[in-house]
Design a protein around this ligand. Structure first.
Ligand SMILES: Nc1ncnc2c1ncn2[C@@H]1O[C@H](COP(=O)(O)OP(=O)(O)OP(=O)(O)O)[C@@H](O)[C@H]1O
Ligand SMILES: [Mg+2]
Length: 260
């Protein structure tokens, strides 16, 4: 099955870690159009990071396929997948300055110095990091570091941007600001993106498409409105905030109490 509209295709990805009885990701499949933002939403331990790492080629699946633009990524290492990654923990080089951090992926790819400078300069402007070029990353604020991490991921002009809880270390206010910045940047640049979060508000507010996960399974895929208005299961309903369930038994009890 090949869907021409799908740019990123995941087909039956499966991963069980050695020593574990249950799969961390079980039979995960989805399709994402070019330029769209997908959020992977689910509770801690449900397999979000494992799925993202399989997309990047950092974790090998036991079975299944990742296709980008119809091309199989099987056996293609991370640096040849042309995917930008922003991790939950910053994963920047704290002792290096902002410029060196942003240039890192470009050096790995062998860009010459003139091209590197130009690209880094563009990223500094894009992420409003002007004036901080020579500051060590260790001496930046959380929000500034997050911008550097994004600049580094975007500098390589990735086909796909992978974000693993990129806002987790920020305070609530900054989280909101960065969330909006990421979303508008993603739209403006038209970068196909996968954004992992366990925060339902974050997931619903920035996504074109949401995939809700639990226990290693993708439970539902849909637009934020579909997920919110028509949850396919009790789990999805409870996880996206419509958690006011009345079980049949408690309903009957409540009716009985009212009529006594
Ligand atoms: N390297 C590993 N070796 C063995 N088990 C692992 C490994 N990494 C993750 N797991 C297990 O796989 C399951 C899924 O983990 P994963 O990190 O993908 O979850 P997550 O949804 O990203 O959670 P969180 O929201 O806490 O980051 C968990 O049960 C976890 O303990
Ligand atoms: Mg994780």
């Amino acid at each position: 099955m090949v869907d021409a509209a799908s740019y990123l295709t995941i087909r039956n990805l499966h991963k069980t870690y050695p020593g574990s009885e249950v799969p961390a990701v079980a039979d995960a499949s989805l399709m994402l159009e070019r330029g769209r933002m997908l959020t992977l939403l689910g509770p801690s331990g449900c397999g979000k990071t494992t799925l993202l790492r399989m997309l990047a080629g950092l974790t090998l699946p036991e079975s299944g396929l990742v296709l980008v633009g119809g091309r199989s990524m099987v056996g293609v290492p991370l640096h040849k997948r042309n995917m930008g990654m922003v991790f939950q923990s910053y994963a920047l080089f704290p002792h290096l300055n902002v410029t060196r951090n942003i240039a890192f992926g470009l050096e790995v790819r062998g860009l010459n110095e003139t091209a590197r400078r130009k690209r880094v300069g563009d990223m500094i402007d894009l992420m409003h990091l002007g004036g901080l070029e020579h500051r060590r990353v260790a001496d930046l604020s959380g929000g500034q570091r997050q911008r550097v991490a994004l600049a580094r991921a975007l500098a390589i002009e990735p086909d796909i941007l992978l974000l693993d809880e990129p806002l987790a270390n920020l305070d609530v206010k900054l989280r909101g600001i960065m969330r909006d910045e990421i979303r508008s940047l993603q739209r403006r640049l038209g970068i196909t993106s996968v954004f992992v979060t366990h925060d339902q508000e974050e997931a619903l507010s920035i996504a074109d498409v949401v995939a809700v996960m639990s226990g290693g399974h993708i439970r539902q895929i849909g637009t934020p409105v579909e997920i919110y208005d028509r949850p396919a299961s009790r789990f999805v309903a409870s996880f996206v905030g419509r958690g006011n369930f009345l079980s049949a038994a408690s309903y009957i009890r409540a009716v009985l109490m009212l009529t006594v």
